[in-house]
Ligand binder design. Structure first.
Ligand SMILES: Cc1cc2nc3c(=O)[nH]c(=O)nc-3n(C[C@H](O)[C@H](O)[C@H](O)COP(=O)(O)OP(=O)(O)OC[C@H]3O[C@@H](n4cnc5c(N)ncnc54)[C@H](O)[C@@H]3O)c2cc1C
Ligand code: SF4
Length: 452
């Protein structure tokens, strides 16, 4: 069944313009000028702030001396997904946020873009920087091909492990391929980066759902250890009447379409409401506007000050002309002939801050109102994959549904290690990479292979 009313189609050129890179690649001259601004700090705060601790001054120095291969090697040895991270990291909150230039009242060094400049060079020129280690006869399976598994697999392969990645999706890369806003990174970029891991001899079995197609018992028999990099699951439901109407989507389901279909084929309402105010909600509302939706509401039950999205993400949505409905709680999705026609909402008032400093919203009696929309997108976080995890005896699950691990990333079942969103509850690509690498060290220690 179609949506009640759809946004007018744009020209292919207009879609490409709307989803063009928001941080375009640097030219040689731009990179040289930017690299020359770096002060090459000792104990550089940017390196400390980066979860993968890339030696930022070292890679920037190599750019300024024209050694792009050395620069990329510096980046990728600390973070094999340096290309994605250069595009998608919330740098304002990480490396660039820590840059000493702020203290001088100047703009931070554009670390993310410089990082991308170096890594793009080796990817475009197909320069092989790393090699698989001498085989050590140990086999490791990684479930999931997202950033956590990719980073874990790359480390292990460099040390001589025989690694196979199993993933249910068509393309490897996890949310890097299917979830990140298209104006930050296209799926093709994420897939191209996976070649770095393939070049290390890591085997990929895509379109393979665990345990449906390969049971845990089979994995345990065939492999010496298993890494769980399964991320999180679908978007939480709202539990509202009318949620089953045509035109109600989960955020991931909607964003995925913008990554795997031509933009012109993505169905989009003329008027769209997105519920939630995190970074994913921003991805939804900006994508909706860029696909041509005429009115896009971001509906949030708390106020602007409580919004969980990063400030620069919020800025992006403001620039895209999104309408923000603060202190507004949806109570019912309205429909006409089975399709979404509106959203009934109520105003809220905020109570005193709780122990975590969050102010609870309470509905204001008699403040109900309706907005006319053709599409509603839920962006209220992803569910953990509890049922999947429960099927592995011994793996402990925390109250919030994430996997319990020790300091070596080992789970309650000694053969299983875990990292990324399924353990941290949902963070950034760079955190998943850092955790995948830490788990590789834990696995290596557990398997006890002496390294030459
Ligand atoms: C909409 C959205 C936008 C985001 N934008 C950004 C951003 O701009 N910058 C940023 O740094 N981070 C962003 N993130 C967060 C980032 O994408 C994640 O933190 C990161 O991808 C987590 O990596 P992961 O490997 O743990 O899991 P995932 O990337 O989720 O990968 C998990 C993989 O496991 C596979 N899998 C799961 N279960 C099974 C099974 N049973 N059998 C086989 N395969 C399985 C899945 O198919 C998937 O490929 C965003 C997240 C979302 C949801
Ligand atoms: S990986 Fe991300 S946080 Fe780390 S230096 Fe690069 S852009 Fe900054």
């Amino acid at each position: 069944m179609p949506l009640r009313d759809t946004a007018p189609k744009l020209s292919p050129e207009q879609y490409e313009k709307n989803f063009a890179d928001i941080t375009p690649p640097m030219t040689k001259r731009q990179a040289a000028i930017e690299a020359a601004r770096c002060l090459y700090c000792f104990d550089a705060p940017c390196t400390i702030a980066c979860p993968t601790h890339i030696d930022v001054p070292a890679f920037i120095k190599k750019i300024s001396t024209g050694n792009l291969r050395g620069s990329a090697r510096e980046i990728l040895s600390a973070n094999i997904l340096g290309q994605s991270c250069g595009r998608v990291c919330p740098t304002e909150a990480l490396c660039e946020g820590a840059c000493v230039m702020h203290e001088k009242g100047e703009e931070a060094i554009e670390i993310g873009r410089l990082q991308r400049y170096s890594v793009d060079y080796v990817l475009e020129n197909k320069i092989e920087l790393f090699h698989a280690g001498a085989p050590n006869a140990k086999r490791v399976a990684c479930i999931g091909s997202g950033p956590a598994s990719l980073a874990c697999a790359a480390e292990l392969a460099k040390w001589g492990y025989d690694v196979t990645i199993f993933d249910r999706n068509e393309m490897p890369g996890g949310l890097n391929s299917y979830g990140i806003a298209a104006y930050k990174s296209r799926a093709s970029e994420a897939v191209r980066e996976v070649d770095l891991i393939k070049d290390l001899g890591v085997k990929f079995r895509q379109r393979t759902q665990i345990p449906r197609q390969v049971s845990f018992a089979e994995l345990e028999k065939q492999f010496d250890a298993i890494f769980l990099g399964v991320g999180l699951g679908d978007t939480w439901a709202l539990g509202l009447p009318g949620e089953d109407l045509q035109g109600v989507y989960g955020a991931l389901e909607f964003i995925e379409k913008t990554k795997v279909q031509p933009f012109g084929d993505v169905e989009i309402g003329r008027r769209v409401a997105c519920i939630g105010a995190g970074n994913t909600a921003i991805d939804v509302v900006t994508a909706a506007r860029r696909l041509g939706a005429e009115i896009v509401y971001l509906v949030y039950r708390r106020g602007e000050a409580e919004m969980p999205a990063f400030a620069y993400e919020y800025q992006l949505a403001k620039q895209d002309g999104v309408s923000f409905l603060w202190q507004t709680q949806p109570v019912r999705v309205l429909g006409t002939n089975g399709a979404v026609s509106g959203l009934e909402c109520v105003r809220t008032e905020l109570g005193a801050p709780d122990a975590q400093g969050r102010r609870s919203p309470a509905p204001v009696e008699g403040s109900e109102f309706r907005i006319e929309v053709d599409m509603v997108v839920r962006a209220v976080g992803q569910k953990p994959v509890t049922e999947f995890l429960k099927a592995i005896p011994g793996v402990e699950i925390r109250k919030n549904g994430t996997v319990e691990i020790d300091e070596h990333h080992q789970t309650g079942h000694q053969k299983y290690f875990a990292g990324g969103d399924c353990t941290n509850g949902g963070s950034e690509v760079v955190d998943a990479v850092a955790e995948g690498m830490a788990a590789a060290r834990g696995l290596d220690e557990f398997l006890g292979v002496p390294r030459g």
